[in-house]
Unconditional design. Structure first.
Length: 334
């Protein structure tokens, strides 16, 4: 039984924790990372597995966090990541542990991750064209990524969710193809609006394709019906009206920010607690933890950080008041 919940001053309860395990990546997606020039964290700056497990335990046992997503950077480039999955899974049998990955290393790791306790997975895939894949991810890895998706399915990581960041003039002509893939394979495809968190500073409002436009294009071919969820989350979800398998979701961070129901918090690879993707501040937990303080002490610091969660960082995108965080998506942990 959790001793308490993490509540902010606007009454939102934080129960979904995203843990970034590395700032490094084997891709260089144009909407996320610069091709070169990012300064990597040093090994000693990154939380060790025991430290991640300790913080995860505080969140789970003291504050009732029920979903933990392992992310990055690319989580699968962190050595022995399945060991960490097992350590987090051991905290509570019913913990919902999931991962966001570019999928390229899943061919060799999916089975071990599933055995370690990973329950679900989101795999990022922005195009179904091999040449375009290389233009977006800036790595020649289309075939390996597709094989990784198959491997995740074979390992029983269900449902398979695919994350597609839709950019105008880059891949928005493929949204119906992705809906067809969802139907054919029974995947859940999440269309994500391009957010101004890219390392190269290429974001422009004109590059954002609003979710409603994507939905219209899909519904011209495949009518959708709303699939409401018991627990409100950021994705607005739909099923196919004709009963085909799979589903569609929209993460409309730019056109319809979901800040008023946001239940997410984030831990960066170096142990910074972030209350919002767009936060301009972070609460550093690593050095506090390394100084030898008690779990209760760390808990009090976490509670006050969450209490101060901003009303809505995404609400200001596109206005003059928007200030881009210093860190890009791969350094925050998407
Ligand atoms: N490397 C893993 C991956 O790509 O799935 C996990 C980390 S990545 C930062 C997490 C998610 O953020 C991915 O689905 C990615 O597509 C998304 N993302 C990255 N930059 C983004 C941006 N500027 N706008 C919207 N989504 C973005
Ligand atoms: Fe790497 Fe994921 Fe960012 Fe692409 S989106 S560069 S795979 S961290």
């Amino acid at each position: 039984m959790a001793a308490s919940t993490l509540i902010d001053s606007f009454g939102r309860v934080a129960d979904d924790l995203r843990i970034s395990v590395t700032d490094r990546c084997n891709f260089r997606c144009v909407y996320c990372m610069p091709y070169e020039g990012l300064k990597w964290l040093k090994r000693e700056e990154i939380l060790r597995f025991e430290e991640i497990q300790r913080l995860a335990r505080i969140f789970v046992e003291h504050y009732g966090v029920r979903t933990i997503r392992i992310t990055g950077g690319e989580p699968l480039v962190r050595a022995n990541i399945e060991e960490l999955v097992g350590m987090v899974a051991s905290l509570r049998p019913d913990l919902d542990i999931t991962m966001t990955t570019n999928g390229v290393l899943l061919g060799s790791k999916a089975q071990r991750l599933a055995e370690a306790g990973l329950k679900r997975i989101n795999i990022s895939l922005d195009t179904l064209h091999i040449d375009r894949f290389q233009e977006i991810a800036r790595v020649d890895a289309f075939a390996k990524t597709m094989a990784g998706i198959e491997a995740a399915e074979a390992a029983g990581l269900r449902p398979i969710k695919l994350n597609m960041v839709v950019m105008k003039g880059v891949n928005d002509d493929e949204v119906v193809d992705f809906a067809r893939l969802a139907r054919d394979k029974g995947y859940e495809v999440r269309f994500i609006e391009f957010m101004p968190l890219d390392g190269d500073g290429i974001w422009r409002p004109e590059l954002v394709v609003p979710s409603l436009r994507i939905q219209e294009s899909i519904e011209d071919q495949f009518p959708l019906v709303a699939a409401p969820e018991a627990r409100p989350g950021p994705a607005v979800k739909f099923k196919f009206a004709d009963g085909a398998p799979g589903g569609i979701g929209f993460i409309s961070s730019v056109s319809q920010a979901f800040c008023d129901t946001c239940n997410r918090i984030r831990l960066t690879a170096e142990g910074g607690l972030r209350t919002c993707l767009f936060s301009l501040r972070e609460t550093p937990l690593r050095d506090l933890m390394r100084s030898g303080v008690s779990d209760d002490h760390i808990g009090r610091v976490i509670e006050s950080a969450i209490w101060a969660k901003e009303e809505g960082g995404a609400l200001q995108i596109g206005t003059e008041g928007y200030v881009k965080p210093e860190k890009s998506m791969s350094q925050i942990g998407g």
